[in-house]
Design a binder for this molecule. Sequence first.
Ligand code: ZN
Length: 114
Amino acid sequence: MTSHEKIKLKQKITTEIETLTAQIQNTQVSLKPIKKDCSLDSVDHKMLKQDQDLNLQRLEEANKRLNRLNFALTKIDTVEYGICKECEEDIPLARLELIPESQYCVACMHELGI
Ligand SMILES: [Zn+2]
């Protein structure tokens, strides 16, 4: 990986962290507790609950990805970055451009069932 490619990936990670942070904040705002509203029938209430569950799930996923991205950012200037943790081969640049927080190559990821 050239230093230019690394700079580009670093920028991508930083941008993704910003986007995710904004997303997380938005989701948290919409995650207000459901009030007992007499005008809602049980079906509406059920749908609201499903919405909340979905948002919670998204929030959890977003937080996990944010952690991985922050971790990748601490690693990007080390020789470990872009090397598969399992087979120690280079992770293809195309994959890193898509998922810059990748720690495994595609083959190992499938092998490990991640
Ligand atoms: Zn591998």
